[in-house]
Write a new protein. Structure first.
Ligand code: NAD
Length: 285
């Protein structure tokens, strides 16, 4: 089986980027979100991003039109029933994700691969709600998907070698660098190690150890990070970060993943980072 048609479910920060990457790589790319507003915003965002590339001379207007013509928004999952691969990028909540996979399993052709872009949930409980757990895979893109080349690939314990090989082939076809994670463990590699660091950085702001500007400067100047960790938190989305931390704490135990109260309070106040216009920094201007 070769992957030709892809469906992206959930068109927020990650889903719209994954959709753009698939369309740019020539895949017929279906797009679905429960929110009509999210579909409109995603389309506008992708068009703006491609316009910038045309202006910079990185692609022609004809290239842009071809990419946009590869994108097919749908209002009912049944309209995408012939896809070979569905990538879920909805909220980081196991119940919401399991519900999406039950629906996809019921609608898509039996051979189609089901994939999740979860940041930290294990693969096996997601695969297990479907009748095709051997065709399940975590394909974890990094933010922003149009720029970051890393993809973590995680198999559920039921995933077949054929599915894993197809997922690897797909990642190469979209010009990414897939890294195979050998154990289905919460947090995989990058988030297991990065989340405690970001939480500690938020504690440093909370305790007044340094200013957020100086913390970002320290990592950029000291470790050559292209973006400081405080800005990174804002770009991940503070609600997403909190969900990942709470879930990792529940699944892994210990005190490494207990969210800093400042993070919980910012989410409660609706300060979600770049996507809401305000997080640790202000993005409204
Ligand atoms: N933000 C990051 O830096 C990052 C990085 C890697 C992976 N992820 C993971 O990607 C996933 C999405 O994260 P995000 O930051 O794009 O979130 P987001 O909040 O920006 O977008 C989520 C989208 O899912 C839609 N949605 C919710 N329930 C749905 C359903 N039942 N069916 C269809 N659409 C539904 C929402 O309307 C929204 O548009 C999460 O699992 C997250 O952990 C996030």
């Amino acid at each position: 089986m070769a992957i030709k048609k892809v469906l992206v479910v959930g068109l927020g920060l990650m889903g719209r980027g994954i959709l753009q990457v698939c369309a740019q790589s020539g895949f017929e790319s279906y797009a679905y979100d429960v929110s009509e507003d999210a579909v409109k915003k995603a389309a506008g965002h992708i068009e703006k991003s491609l316009d910038k590339r045309v202006q910079k001379g990185k692609m022609t207007e004809a290239d842009k039109d071809k990419i946009l013509s590869n994108i097919k928004p749908v209002t009912d999952l049944k309209e995408a029933k012939d896809v070979d691969l569905a990538i879920e990028a909805v909220f980081e909540d196991i119940n919401v994700k399991q519900d999406v996979f039950r629906k996809l399993d019921a609608v898509l052709q039996p051979n189609a691969i089901l994939a999740s872009n979860t940041s930290a949930l294990p693969a096996t409980p997601l695969a297990s709600v479907t009748k095709r757990p051997d065709k399940f895979m975590i394909i974890h893109f990094h933010q922003p998907p149009t720029v970051m080349r890393l993809i973590e690939l995680v198999k559920a314990i039921q995933t077949s070698d054929e599915t894993a090989a197809l997922a690897m082939e797909f990642c190469k076809a979209i010009n990414k660098d897939p890294v195979q994670i050998n154990v289905d463990c919460p947090g995989f590699l990058t988030n297991r190690t990065m989340i405690p660091l970001l939480n500690e950085v938020i504690y440093c702001i909370y305790e007044g150890v340094s200013t957020k500007e100086d913390i970002d400067l320290a990592y950029k100047s000291g470790f050559n990070w292209p973006m400081g960790p405080v800005t990174l938190c804002d770009f991940i989305g503070l609600d997403t970060l909190l969900h990942i931390m709470e879930d990792l704490h529940a699944r892994r135990g210990g005190d490494k993943f207990i969210p800093c109260p400042l993070l919980s309070n910012m989410v409660a106040a609706g300060y979600l980072g770049h996507k809401s216009g305000k997080g640790f920094f202000d993005y409204t201007k």
